[in-house]
Design a protein around this ligand. Structure first.
Ligand SMILES: [Zn+2]
Length: 86
């Protein structure tokens, strides 16, 4: 549930409002120099490798620059008016 003045909300409205998101499996970026990303809201970690404590799928922008975990997606989808594509 999203709360008033939710701690997860910082300035994401500036870059994620109305964003196009798709559900995808996290994978390493070709030539990428880092091996994980974080949810843009709660900072849950996404990694490509097998680890039950870590998220391996989530909602991502087309460039896979921003990731949103399922919980935060559900909590913020109305506020952010995301468009979800397959
Ligand atoms: Zn999250």
């Amino acid at each position: 549930m999203r709360e008033k003045n939710d701690w997860r909300l910082t300035n994401q409205l500036a870059y994620l409002k109305g964003a196009v998101l798709s559900w995808r499996r996290y994978s390493l970026r070709p030539g990428g120099s880092w091996e994980h990303d974080h949810c843009a809201f709660c900072w849950a970690k996404f990694r490509a490798e097998e680890d039950p404590r870590i998220l391996r799928e989530g909602y991502a922008t087309p460039d896979e620059y921003h990731w949103v975990c399922k919980t935060c997606f559900e909590d913020f989808k109305e506020l952010f008016e995301w468009k979800v594509v397959a």
